[in-house]
Design a protein around this ligand. Structure first.
Ligand code: NAP
Length: 307
């Protein structure tokens, strides 16, 4: 079994390379998704040592959780897999609003348990803050779910430092998930010092900047076919230059840029585990090669300076 790390102060132990599954059944996010490829990539991950799956109600919506529930059940290894899911999006007619009220979070957890075909969720997040609910009340609702055995650890996502402080007034928060990658290191300023002080684990999303940090794009890439903020022309071209500077380190080590990037995150004290997303099984297998990468102190510093 690959090296297992503990997520912050929780009892959860996982392979530091996890799997983000917003592109597994997430047709609302990626309209031309190959669903069978999504199912297969989860199966491939589990068969090759990945044991931490990150999903959410809104991926699909509901469908990513459903697929994960099916695949984990087929594999018959529920207790070997750490499943994280998230809630806060509420459908009101055709609109989606954020709701962090204790009643909605409780109902959402119960519904996620059904979709995931399980009787506990390992890590349950408030996906986005809402406007009205005091954050300690929202997290208090998750603490009650934990005491009932329905969830094993408490997460918040997309919370500002002020919202995190309020959420963690009773010390209940185990994990914060937020955007962090070599192209956006804002979280280092206030969130990282706070999480280090409070034994909270920071799980970065968009670790590969939707693929830009794999080095597979160049200035001839047809951006019209690409969705997401990392593919806006000016930002894209500026970032390509930086990505090219990591290629030198990757070439010297005979590995891919993505491996250098993911390995670098795992050298951050605030980070225990990463959850790169994937659209195909070969990407999952490729990202697992990060486990063999050792960056030297000089390389870690060089990357720090490039970005
Ligand atoms: P990401 O990890 O930065 O990028 C993933 C994408 O990069 C893949 O879908 C694939 O896209 C490409 N890729 C992955 N591995 C590759 C490889 N080895 N070689 C080449 N290309 C590769 O972005 P993300 O998936 O959006 O974010 C990670 C996870 O974080 C998500 O899956 C989700 O679970 C979570 N998330 C959470 C939030 C939140 O609000 N909490 C927000 C966003 C994401 P292509 O094949 O299209 O290039």
């Amino acid at each position: 079994m690959a090296l297992q790390v503990q997520i912050g102060k929780t009892e959860l132990k996982v392979n530091p390379i996890g799997l983000g599954t917003n592109a597994v059944g997430g047709h609302n996010l990626f309209p031309i998704l190959d669903e069978q490829a999504g199912r297969q990539l989860v199966q491939t991950g589990l068969a090759n040592g990945i044991n931490f799956l990150d999903t959410a109600f809104i991926y699909g919506p509901k469908h990513s959780e459903e697929i994960i529930g099916e695949v984990v059940k087929e594999n018959g290894n529920r207790s070997d897999v750490v499943i994280a899911t998230k809630a806060a999006h509420k459908m009101v007619g055709n609109e989606i609003v954020m709701d962090n009220s204790p009643a909605f979070l409780k109902e959402s957890a119960d519904e996620a348990l059904q979709r995931l075909q399980t009787d506990y969720i390992d890590l349950f997040y408030i996906h986005f803050p809402d406007k009205d609910t005091p954050k300690y009340e929202a997290v208090g609702a998750l603490q009650r779910l934990k005491e009932e055995g329905k969830i094993r650890a408490i997460g918040v996502s997309n919370f500002s430092i002020e919202q995190l402080r309020e959420a963690n007034i009773d010390g209940y928060v185990d994990v914060i998930q937020g955007e962090y990658n070599l192209l956006n290191r804002d979280a280092e300023i206030e969130l990282f010092p706070y999480v280090m002080e409070h034994q909270i684990s920071f799980i970065p999303y968009f670790p590969l900047a939707s693929g830009v940090l794999t080095g597979k794009y160049d200035k001839n890439t047809n951006l019209a076919e690409k969705r997401g903020k990392f593919f806006q022309k000016e930002l894209f071209e500026k970032n390509l230059e930086k990505v090219e500077r990591i290629r030198k380190i990757a070439n010297e080590k005979d590995i891919d840029i993505a491996h250098v990037v993911l390995a670098w995150y795992l050298t951050r004290d605030a980070i225990d585990v990463v959850i790169p997303g994937a659209k195909r099984a070969d990407q999952v297998l490729n990202n697992l090669k990060t486990l063999d990468v050792q960056l030297t102190v000089d390389e870690i510093q060089e990357i720090d300076q490039i970005f």
